[in-house]
Write a protein that binds this ligand. Structure first.
Ligand code: NAG
Ligand code: NAG
Ligand code: NAG
Ligand code: NAG
Ligand code: NAG
Ligand code: NAG
Length: 771
């Protein structure tokens, strides 16, 4: 008796409160629904800061059906992010009513018939007055009316439609069995569940899978610690203000994302064709498609069947794993790789004689049937794989910090692909016979580079070149040929992807003039776009350059070794017929010339045609930090060194030519440093500097910064950001520069770390030996 009268009073009180709030805000812009106040068609709930709204809507096109949904309140494009009654719309003839029962269940009925329930949320066991509130993140929650209780009885985030908002979880609550997944709309006019669903597949190593009925259409690959294996671009997106989260423990397995920058509005959606798309709101430009799957013919897909390897940039997309051959050679020749490959040599597991071949930069095979042990390393992973005859491959489960954990595969490898720059190592089980033939190929040792350009006649260069191209075309045919092995060996050493000429031509629209970015002394640079949206810069070396193929490769290798995060990334090269091309990552907003023709490249490729080919390589050394030239240790500070040399060159107006101990001209940094200490620094300043209105103070400061950059010990050199700071401030005191590198360390070349003999271009022996 007592309680019911109390409840009655409470209801009256709430009703009065509601009335007051409605009088004050006639537009009904509240964010909560209570048992006494249903929401009828025409009314909306709006979250506190006005980001999201909940109410009745009809899809954009012809349908007049009414649905309860959530959309962005403030965007000029009506964008639905959640629908309650996907399957059972309110017909045009009726008026929908959304009610919160006193037990905390949301119920959708119509004014015309309150007994037919079109949709309801799951019953909850609340014994206190509930409220339903639309939160600012787009979540519609049923909770205790006392917010402090913090008990959420039901939430729309647990029942997603086709959209994943920041903070939503895509995956499983293992304790309740809740499986949160996204299902596409049937059509833009019909929000009922469509054909495609993206869900967390928790078998094996968990991954997101887009399925069409029971067919797996796309998979994200397992979480590697940094992102999903089949979505390497995630790593860079985290720099754009996205933070990705993957939780895998015995209570939950889910993926979610957050936005660190509040002003970014973004959503992930699975569309009617099964593509997962990420949109970002661009203000007056509306929604911009930021990303979608799949990014290429290989990524996240199984294009080449069991034991096939997909390579989007290869001359043909599908090839077989080492030790395997096409199951159906005819289809294979017709470029249909879906049948996959079969083993050439059976495994000899019983005698424990199998081994593994290492594949670098892979998109891992499908992990649904794999086994994961996060607690063991690669070595134990290998021995576990060897112990079980059905184990086919293994890899690290986490790539961070050099790799840890173990994934083992127990079936044919599906959906394997290779990346240009991303991916991780995979170890594939092969028979000993296969291993024997590959052992000779991987003769890599601890040395950094051992290049021997055999005294070459043009004839041999051409022969090698032809051989190489021939091998590339027929790389699926098993031809045991000595020369082939030899060239394969070099190929391995190169470890740089070879692009097919046709792929490059397609990307640059046949090297169209409008794609031209610039021109240097030794070639034209074009912009291009790969099939997967990757933007590239293609440097086409002019045909007048008479480089042999090996020499070209050597030099490409040198750049590869030099490249790191402060430089433009070299993605690969293309050597076909007459063409020699270098393919770089395209850097928007940055003068490509600045990268390609100042540091390294220009010197390596001999912007100065009067010098001999040997000289070209040596010329680079003038810019090379001593620790790199000596030990092959290249760090951020090595770039600072090169920068310092440039600064000194610019101010002195002199080229840094002296790189040999017997060079008539002394090494520029040493020269400047000596003059600096002798107080005769004004001798070194380029007379033409006086034409500009620079204060002596500024010039001196530049010289001092230059000298700080070329100091012998990398640790003494400033970072690039402090260089900027030093140059930007006029009066902050600078430390006195210590002795520059190279001269301080004596003569590396004399000590034999770098040897260059002869200057005859056709008869050069170049040896770069690290220690
Ligand atoms: C809604 O839009 C208006 C005008 O575009 C803007 O001033 C306001 O800050 C926006 N509010 C939210 C919550 O985005
Ligand atoms: C409501 O709908 C149900 C089922 O369609 C029907 O049986 C019932 O008669 C309807 N009630 C009214 C008042 O129209
Ligand atoms: C998606 O979630 C629903 C509801 O939990 C479930 O019935 C369905 O099987 C899930 N689909 C997939 C592909 O996991
Ligand atoms: C947040 O994003 C906006 C728009 O993209 C940008 O202008 C702003 O600089 C960003 N703020 C931060 C702190 O990154
Ligand atoms: C689905 O997404 C893909 C990729 O963004 C897009 O090309 C396609 O037009 C979309 N289809 C529909 C029906 O929205
Ligand atoms: C090999 O691994 C599979 C899959 O985990 C397992 O079913 C099988 O029992 C194992 N065999 C042996 C001999 O351990």
């Amino acid at each position: 008796m007592n309680t019911s009268s109390k409840m009655f009073r409470q209801r009256v009180l709430l009703s009065i409160l509601f009335l007051i709030s409605r009088l004050l805000c006639p537009s009904f812009s509240v964010d909560t629904l209570s048992p006494t106040q249903p929401l009828t068609d025409g009314q909306t709930l709006v979250s506190t800061s006005g980001t999201f709204a909940l109410g009745f809507f009809s899809p954009a096109y012809t349908s007049k059906n009414r649905y309860v949904g959530i959309w962005y309140n403030n965007l000029t494009v009506h964008t639905i992010v959640w629908v309650a009654n996907r399957r059972h719309p309110v017909s045009e003839a009726s008026t929908g009513v959304l009610t919160l029962t006193s037990k905390g269940t949301l119920v959708l009925t119509t004014m015309q018939n309150s007994t037919t329930i079109l949709w309801s949320s799951a019953p909850t066991s609340m014994n206190n007055p509930p409220v339903a509130q639309l939160l600012d993140n787009g979540n519609f929650v049923v909770r205790h009316s006392d917010e402090a209780a913090k008990h959420v009885a039901w939430q729309s985030f647990d029942h997603p439609t086709d959209t994943l908002l920041p903070g939503m979880k895509l995956g499983w609550d293992l304790t309740t069995g809740l499986n949160r997944n996204l299902t596409s709309w049937k059509s833009p006019d019909d929000p009922s569940p469509g054909d495609y669903c993206i869900a967390m597949d928790i078998r094996g190593d968990p991954q997101l899978v887009v399925s069409f009925g029971s067919v797996r259409k796309w998979r994200s690959g397992p979480w590697t610690g940094l992102g999903f294996n089949s979505i390497p671009e995630m790593v860079t997106y985290s720099r754009n203000g996205f933070s990705f989260d993957f939780v895998n423990n015995n209570k939950e397995i889910y993926y979610s994302y957050e936005i660190s920058n509040r002003s970014i509005i973004t959503r992930l959606v699975v569309n009617q064709t099964g593509k997962t798309e990420r949109y970002v709101w661009m203000g007056q430009h509306g929604w911009s498609l930021f990303w979608f799957t799949p990014r290429s013919q290989c990524s996240g897909l199984d294009s080449c069947g069991p034991n096939g390897v997909c390579d989007p940039f290869g001359s043909r997309m599908c090839s077989c794993l080492q030790g395997f051959e096409p199951r159906s050679p005819r289809d294979w020749d017709m470029l249909d790789g879906s049948e996959g490959c079969v083993r050439k040599q059976p495994l000899d597991c019983r005698n424990g004689k199998d081994g593994f071949v290492k594949m670098v930069r892979t998109q891992l095979p499908d992990t649904w049937n794999s086994f994961v042990d996060p607690g063991i390393g690669l070595e134990e992973c290998q021995s576990r794989c060897l112990m079980n005859c059905s184990c086919t491959a293994y890899a690290n489960s986490d790539v961070r910090g050099g790799g840890s954990g173990c994934i083992l595969w127990f079936a044919e490898l599906q959906g394997l692909a290779v990346y240009l720059t991303a991916g991780q190592d995979l170890y594939v089980r092969v028979s000993q016979l296969e291993l024997g033939s590959s052992a000779s190929k991987s003769s890599k040792s601890g040395t950094i580079v051992v290049i021997i350009v055999i005294p070459a006649t043009i004839l041999l260069a051409c022969a090698t070149c032809t051989m190489w191209m021939w091998r590339k075309r027929k790389r699926n045919k098993d031809e045991a040929n000595h020369h082939k092995h030899e060239s394969e060996m070099k190929d391995k050493e190169l470890e740089l992807p070879l692009f097919d000429l046709n792929v490059i031509l397609e990307a640059t629209k046949n090297l169209a003039p409008e794609n031209k970015l610039g021109q240097g002394g030794f070639g034209v640079v074009y912009k291009g776009e790969m099939g997967d949206g990757l933007e590239i810069a293609v440097k086409r070396l002019s045909k007048t350059s008479k480089q042999g193929i090996d020499e070209f490769k050597n030099e490409v290798m040198l750049i590869t070794k030099l490249q790191h995060r402060n430089l433009v990334r070299l993605l690969g090269c293309c050597i076909q017929e007459e063409e020699r091309m270098l393919i770089y990552e395209y850097m928007p907003n940055k003068s490509l010339d600045a990268f390609l023709f100042d540091f390294g490249m220009a010197r390596i490729f001999g912007g100065d045609h009067s010098t001999t080919q040997t000289r070209k390589v040596v010329g680079t050394l003038g810019y090379m930090a001593p620790e790199y030239a000596m030990d092959g240790v290249f760090s951020v500070k090595s770039d600072v060194f090169s920068y310092g040399v440039l600064v000194l060159e610019i101010i002195s107006g002199q080229k840094n030519r002296g790189v040999y101990h017997f060079d008539p001209e002394p090494y520029l940094p040493t020269k400047v440093w000596k003059l600096w200490n002798e107080g005769k620094i004004s001798c070194v300043i380029d007379p033409s500097m006086s034409c500009y209105s620079y204060s002596m103070n500024q010039v001196m400061r530049c010289i001092q910064v230059g000298l700080l950059c070329v100091q012998a010990n990398p640790r003494d050199r400033p970072t690039m950001s402090s260089v900027v700071f030093m140059l930007a401030t006029e009066n902050a005191p600078l430390p006195p520069p210590k002795q520059p590198g190279f001269a301080a360390e004596g003569d590396y070349y004399e000590r034999g770390h770098y040897e260059t003999t002869s200057s005859n271009a056709q008869n050069t022996i170049t040896e770069l030996v690290g220690r």
